[in-house]
Write a protein that binds this ligand. Structure first.
Ligand SMILES: *Cc1c(COP(=O)(O)O)cnc(C)c1O
Length: 389
């Protein structure tokens, strides 16, 4: 995470992820400030439209975070107490938290050892009459196996919800991650492939569900301030028919997002450059398993996840710590959610429950990967890593 340390930034530190901002982003935000309408308004609507075009979604709602989008995606499926949702444990804790926040039970499934995404067969084996949804994570940017997951979801009459926080820029057989009929939640947090500082997007092709998500994102109110001030009805009048949340985005963030989205391909190309540099450096080394991309898939290259093989005697935590001591922002995505104390306490999850996930999670590390990385930086990271090993 880089933006918390902006002022301490030294030239020779290499960050795990870094926002890539130009004068165009500055100008767009200043434009909103000059016009004076700051909260949700025309910039959000324009960003939503452009985002849909970019990922081939039929409709989308910008919200305050991907976490908010995930929560809303579950709520509009009426998922609540007594229900179960199946998801991978190798993910950011928010993917599981939103299930709990709905009152439902998270059921953790294994990952595919090649892609680190939800294992469709294991997920299917965990389906019970209480299961209401599968949640897939496009882990690190590798698209989840949507073809098989969709088939399972439709055979069992349950929803498939994608945590696409890492997935923007990815594709399956040329179709972008997020394309209809996906229910997909994107993140624009500072370290993601595009950023609005904080922000998220919910793509859901069902008009009634997305409309309800929009209402829930502004306290359950039927209209927002921009619509009311543009409309004929009295500006103060709104109707609340559900207890909602404060999950709306705002025009400052959307203006930033519109420029970032325009620059997505350019930024992805720069990621690809650092990516191939690493692949070149590590692919012939028996001790290392660099990321693979399944046939037909386009990797979003959000995280460069390197796995230490059994042949590698080095301790993963020690490798990460040593890299960090040399100014290289390596890190671990993530300690599995089912091993977090609160999940063990509340849901009885335990060590040994998911051997594939636990093994992989103990051997992977993430190397710096962002669109501002230079070849020299990728080179320094690679050399340091190989020297440590
Ligand atoms: C970043 C992230 C989120 C949360 O995104 P926010 O926009 O910060 O709420 C959810 N899931 C995964 C896998 C993430 O990496």
């Amino acid at each position: 995470m880089s933006d918390g340390h902006y002022l301490e930034r030294a030239e020779d530190l290499i960050y795990i992820g870094q926002p890539d901002l130009t004068a165009d982003e500055q100008e767009a935000v200043l434009g909103v400030l000059r016009r004076g309408w700051l909260t949700r308004g025309p910039e959000c609507a324009a960003f939503e439209k452009e985002f849909c075009e970019s990922v081939q979604a039929s409709q989308a709602l910008m919200v305050s975070s991907c976490t908010a989008a995930l929560h809303l995606a579950l709520l509009v499926q009426d998922i609540g107490p007594g229900d179960e949702v199946i998801l991978p444990s190798l993910t950011f804790s928010a993917t599981a938290h939103v299930v709990v926040q709905c009152g439902a039970k998270p059921v953790f499934a294994e990952i595919d050892p090649a892609t680190y995404c939800l294992d469709p067969s294991h997920a299917e084996s965990l389906i019970t009459p209480r299961t209401r949804a599968l949640m897939a994570v496009h882990f690190g940017g590798h698209p989840a196996d949507l073809k098989r997951l969709r088939d399972i979801a439709s055979r069992h009459g349950i929803a498939l919800i994608e945590d696409a926080a890492h997935g923007l820029g990815g594709a399956i057989d040329g179709t972008p991650v997020g394309a209809a009929p996906s229910i997909a939640c994107f993140s624009f947090y500072s370290t993601k492939n595009i950023t609005t500082a904080e922000g998220g997007m919910l793509a859901d092709p069902d008009p009634a569900r997305l409309k309800r998500a929009e209402r829930l994102s502004r306290h359950g109110m039927d209209t927002d301030a921009w619509v009311r001030q543009e409309g004929e009805a009295p500006v103060w009048r709104y109707v609340v028919d559900e207890i909602g949340y404060k999950y709306n985005a705002n025009d400052l963030l959307a203006a930033l997002g519109r420029i970032q989205l325009k620059r997505l391909q350019e930024m992805q190309q720069k990621r690809a450059q650092a990516w191939s540099f690493y692949q070149e450096m590590f692919s012939d080394d028996d001790r290392l398993a660099p990321p693979q991309t399944s046939f037909g898939m386009t990797h979003a290259m959000h995280l460069y996840l390197l796995r230490l093989c059994d042949e590698c005697s080095a301790d993963r935590d020690e490798v990460v710590t040593t890299l960090r001591s040399k100014g290289i922002g390596a890190t671990v995505h993530y300690d599995p959610v089912h091993l977090q104390p609160v999940y063990q306490k509340r849901f009885g999850t335990r060590k040994g429950q998911l051997p594939v996930t636990e093994k992989i999670a103990s051997r992977i590390l993430s190397l710096p990967m962002h669109s501002r990385m230079t070849d020299q930086q990728a080179n320094r990271v690679s050399i340091e890593l190989l020297r440590i090993l």
